[in-house]
Design a protein around this ligand. Structure first.
Ligand code: ADP
Ligand code: ADP
Length: 233
């Protein structure tokens, strides 16, 4: 029941004579929550691009959910540090966006919109955004925007959620509140997570397994299983 499967993966960007990531081997179990920590420039974003199929490895192989990755994956949700909600859309219409873009939802989005809106409202409620569906991003606090971004990342029920410093810009109270929100969603829905963070406490609170990367070359230098009881067990 391996989910993510990197085997001896190297990547050098066009025109660069060194590897951005080097000899990455990593296997996750179905439903595992992993975190990648390491200094800026160690290759965390590159790892994410490889895991979503946005970049092809220079050497090595990557399979996700048992299939070789040959191009951008559809069953992925993503959220980032910078707010990326579209300012001209309400919270609800931001959350619905992936369903308008990704097949199989896209082709009959219009027909099923009411049903999808119901799904979105339920998700918004789960993250404490009851009553904010019709607000625009500028009417929400940073923490509320991040909650909405997580809903958008999950609306198409992806098998894998990729989070790149999703809570980095938030105050400590909001951040820890969102850790709990994310942990509850993950416990209930059982998707796979790759979380990139600088915050070791965050990694220790959330992840089953923590991978530490080093810079120049961008390698995995440590793997640590979380010794704390996990919410799924
Ligand atoms: P992190 O996300 O950990 O900060 P990155 O994956 O962005 O690290 O970068 C890893 C290495 O690859 C760095 O040395 C960076 O300069 C280089 N790099 C990243 N993106 C590109 C690119 N598009 N072209 C060339 N080099 C890049
Ligand atoms: P968060 O913890 O989500 O970042 P804040 O700490 O900024 O949110 O706000 C705390 C509460 O204040 C929110 O849960 C919300 O009920 C309310 N609130 C914050 N900003 C706004 C806003 N722009 N419009 C309406 N209510 C707001």
């Amino acid at each position: 029941d391996t989910f993510v499967d990197f085997r001896r993966v190297f990547l050098s960007y066009d025109g660069s004579d060194e590897f951005a990531v080097e000899d990455i081997s990593l296997q996750t179990r179905q439903g595992e929550f992993i975190s990648i920590v390491g200094p800026s420039g160690c290759g965390k974003s590159t790892f994410m691009k490889l895991a979503t199929g946005l970049k092809r490895p220079t050497r090595g192989s990557i399979a996700i959910a048992g299939a070789d990755v040959t191009g951008p994956l559809k069953f992925v949700g993503m959220a980032f540090q910078a707010p990326t909600l579209l300012p001209w859309r309400t919270t609800l219409d931001n959350v619905l966006l992936p369903l308008e873009i990704v097949e199989p939802y896209r082709s009959d989005f219009k027909k099923n919109k009411a049903q999808y809106a119901e799904r979105a409202l339920k998700l918004l409620k789960t993250v404490g955004l009851d009553g904010y569906a019709d607000k625009f991003p500028w009417e929400l606090s940073g923490g509320m925007q991040q909650r909405a971004s997580i809903c958008r990342a999950l609306i198409h029920e992806p098998k894998m959620l990729l989070l790149d410093e999703p809570f980095g810009a938030l105050d400590a109270f909001t951040r820890e509140e969102l850790w709990c929100v994310l942990r509850d969603l993950w416990t209930e829905r059982k998707f796979n997570v790759i979380l990139v963070t600088h915050d070791l406490r965050e990694a220790a609170f959330l992840a089953d397994t923590i991978y530490v990367m080093s810079k120049r070359p961008g390698r995995i230098v440590a793997r640590k299983e979380n010794p704390l009881p996990r919410p799924r067990e």
